[in-house]
Each structure stands twice: as structure tokens, then as C-alpha cells.
Unconditional design. Structure first.
Length: 307
């Protein structure tokens, strides 16, 4: 049988090729070409002049960031919030998926799953406004605590104030609640692909639900868990800008100023575009190191990784 030429194959697959090439062109235009602008991290760029007319300053903007009085506080906030979400927030969808998988009533299972992932579709702009109202000194959270007798009216607390005392906890709880159901979907999909004959054999051998989970379910989805864990570790330098931006204010700035907020303030408010680009580039380099390290560790421990 005569083999088709590359051109003939592409023409035969022209509709699929068109969709693929449109995606590649979009990625090139909006993701790769703009990367050329990273050069301003090494220049003293002014918006009134072109990029190439700006004078070179080398690593000056990086040194300015490292010498910033807020550097360690910014890094502590970024890594602190991200570590909380990784250590506590990452396992929650796995546990939730395992619990959902044990529900035998299909109607109830679908209801719980739908109700759990609906918050994902609420914008942080909307949800942030709701949380600001709820967490106010006169908000529903304080009303609930007063009604339960935790404290009287004199003890009402503005949870988004207090010098950021509760900010990390609020960021963790609100993000976990919003994304719990949505993040569990991929684990449920992985669980649904497990051969049911293994569960039947385990039942014959007298295995209970917990043993089935630990010896069948979790080992069967460890590859999925490993890949998502690697992605979660690589994203530790991203603290969910939308969420932090909506919930932060001058009263909790000491605990809410993360790298993304610092970049926004320096770039958009102060106009130090070169400095903001340098900080963003620094964040990306650290994220790449975390990605490589997490992937290597995952492959050694579980045999699964991104590549």
C-alpha cells in the first residue's frame, strides 16, 4: 500500500489541522511573542520611550527587590499562604472524591457533586464582596458567634482587619471551599476508570471499605495525584491574585502583601514597569526550579511525573 505524503495527510486532516494551528497561533501571539518584553527587567524602561531606547541597568532591579525592606515579609506571605493551601487544601479534594465515590445513591451523589463545584463559577470579584460583608464586625459571621455565645457584642471582630491576624486562615478556607468540588472532578474521573473486578475480588477476600481505599483506590490514582501535586508545588509562587486582591486592605497589608500584589502595585500604581517585570521574572525562575524539583522527586517516589 502506497504511503500518503505529509501534504496529503494534512489535507485529509485539514479541519483538525485548522483547529490545531489556530491554537498554536494564539499561543504564539499571546504567550510567546510577549515574552520579548522580559528584556525591560534589565533596562530602565519609561512608558514615554520605546523598549529598545531604554538604557541597560543589568541586575539593578533584582538587587532593589532583594534589598527592599518588605522582601522577607512578601516572601513569607507568598510561601505561607501557598504552603497552607498545599498541605491542607491539596488533600481535601482527594478525600472528598473518595467519600463521594462511596455514596451509592446516584441522585444524592449527583446533587452533592453539583452543589460542591458550583462555587467554582462564582467570580472572586463577587465572592470577595460577599466575604467582605460577612467578615465585617457587623457581618453574619460575628452575628453567628454572638448567637452561639462565643463572645458578646463588645467582642465583635473585623476579621479582615486585626493587622492581618486571620488573613491566611481566611484565604485558605475561602479558596478550599470555592475549589473543593471542581478539583475533585479529575480524581472522580480517575477513580471511575479503576477495574471494578479488583473491588469484587477484595470483597470476596473480606476487605472492608478502608482497605479497598488504601490498597486499591489510592494506588490506582497515584499517578493522577502525583501529576497534580507537581503542578501544585510549581504554582506555590502564585497565591491566587484575584482572591488576595479582593480581600486585602491597608489593615491586613502586613499579612496579605504577596509577590503578585507587590508586582501589581509597583507596575500599575507606581509605574515602575522594569522593577515589576524583574520581580515577576524572579517569581517565574523560582517556579521553574520548584517544578523541576517536584517532578524529579515525584518520579523517584511514585514513578509518575509530568515528563
Amino acid at each position: 500500500m502506497k504511503k500518503k505524503s505529509v501534504a496529503a495527510k494534512m489535507w485529509q486532516q485539514r479541519k483538525l489541522q485548522l483547529m490545531a494551528w489556530l491554537g498554536m497561533i494564539w499561543l504564539l501571539v499571546f504567550a510567546y511573542i510577549p515574552m520579548g518584553g522580559i528584556v525591560i527587567a534589565f533596562k530602565n524602561y519609561k512608558i514615554t520611550k520605546g523598549i529598545w531606547e531604554a538604557p541597560w541597568v543589568g541586575l539593578q532591579h533584582f538587587r532593589d527587590f532583594f534589598a527592599n525592606d518588605q522582601f522577607w515579609n512578601i516572601m513569607a506571605n507568598t510561601l505561607g499562604i501557598s504552603l497552607l493551601k498545599l498541605v491542607i487544601g491539596f488533600p481535601l479534594p482527594i478525600i472528598f472524591a473518595l467519600l463521594l465515590n462511596e455514596i451509592k445513591n446516584v441522585t444524592f451523589k449527583k446533587f452533592v457533586q453539583t452543589a460542591s463545584y458550583l462555587p467554582h463559577f462564582i467570580s472572586w470579584v463577587v465572592l470577595g464582596g460577599i466575604l467582605i460583608t460577612w467578615l465585617d464586625a457587623n457581618g453574619v459571621i460575628n452575628d453567628l458567634f454572638v448567637a452561639l455565645g462565643f463572645y458578646g457584642d463588645a467582642g465583635r471582630t473585623y476579621f479582615l482587619g486585626e493587622n492581618g491576624r486571620y488573613f491566611w486562615l481566611i484565604a485558605l478556607i475561602s479558596d478550599s471551599w470555592k475549589e473543593l468540588g471542581w478539583n475533585a472532578i479529575i480524581y472522580l474521573a480517575a477513580i471511575s476508570g479503576i477495574d471494578q473486578q479488583m473491588y469484587e475480588a477484595a470483597t470476596v477476600d473480606g476487605a472492608g471499605k478502608l482497605k479497598k481505599i488504601f490498597y486499591i483506590t489510592l494506588p490506582s490514582i497515584k499517578g493522577t495525584i502525583a501529576i497534580l501535586f507537581v503542578l501544585a508545588v510549581s504554582g506555590m509562587m502564585n497565591s491566587n491574585f484575584d482572591q488576595i486582591f479582593m480581600l486585602s486592605n491597608s489593615l491586613n497589608a502586613t499579612r496579605s502583601t504577596v509577590i503578585d500584589i507587590h508586582v501589581y502595585e509597583m507596575g500599575m500604581r507606581v509605574g515602575r514597569y522594569s522593577y515589576a517585570t524583574a520581580v515577576g521574572l524572579f517569581k517565574s525562575i523560582i517556579a521553574l526550579i520548584l517544578l523541576l524539583g517536584a517532578n524529579t522527586t515525584s518520579k523517584k517516589l511514585t514513578g509518575s511525573g509530568l515528563y
